[in-house]
Design a protein around this ligand. Structure first.
Ligand SMILES: C[S@@+](CC[C@H](N)C(=O)[O-])C[C@H]1O[C@@H](n2cnc3c(N)ncnc32)[C@H](O)[C@@H]1O
Length: 182
């Protein structure tokens, strides 16, 4: 299956938790990495690195890359770009996911925050503008549903590598197994 990388545009320093949640959603739901464009936030980097160290990867996190550079480099490597927006083609009522998957190409998924630059909707940036329903909601929910549909649910049983901790599913209570390096 092709690789998926998430580009988070529009991080606001006062809204650190939401960007952290976008990146954690990307990791937990099968993306191979995430880029926080245009700004740097060391607290987010620390949080993500700690999660990867404890719960495994591989998962890369880059920040401070200008979004135009990230898009240009992705395109040069032959990847396609999906912009998640309430104004796009509806993931349920159109065949947009089929077209994305049939390209067979690696996918960069752009999620915004406040009003995104109008260029994001144009062919210069996005190959597909995809709506997770045509109602406004959240970058986290939109990303989660996109990834789940892209990976068809298989990402939810993914085995992460190099984990020190593993959550053991239970009907009740909490169990975490410590994994000892051999
Ligand atoms: C809180 S929304 C803000 C949208 C902003 N008001 C605008 O008009 O662009 C933040 C991000 O969530 C994602 N999003 C929200 N609703 C969506 C939907 N229905 N489908 C796809 N993405 C959505 C988009 O990536 C959007 O940039």
């Amino acid at each position: 299956m092709a690789e998926v990388v998430v580009l988070r545009w529009g991080h606001r320093l006062r809204d650190e938790r939401l960007t952290t949640h976008v990146i954690l959603t990307a990791r937990a739901l099968g993306a191979s990495g995430a880029i926080l464009s245009d700004v740097e936030d060391k607290d987010i980097k620390n949080t993500i690195e700690k999660v990867v160290e404890r719960f495994g990867g591989p998962f890369f996190f880059k920040m401070g890359v200008p979004w135009r550079t990230a898009v240009k480099e992705w395109r040069e490597k032959g990847g396609i770009i999906v912009h998640l927006t309430a104004y796009g083609e509806n993931i349920e009522t159109s065949d947009v996911m089929k077209r994305i998957k049939s390209s067979g190409k690696d996918v960069m998924v752009i999620v915004g925050s406040q009003k995104v630059p109008s260029e994001f909707y144009s062919e210069d940036v996005s190959d597909f503008n995809v709506a997770i329903g045509n109602e406004p909601h959240s970058e986290c929910s939109a990303l989660a549903i996109f990834l789940d549909r892209y990976f068809e649910g298989k990402e939810l049983s993914k085995e992460f590598k190099g984990a020190k901790l593993k959550i053991i599913p239970m009907k009740r209570g909490k169990k975490i197994e410590r994994i000892i390096d051999s």
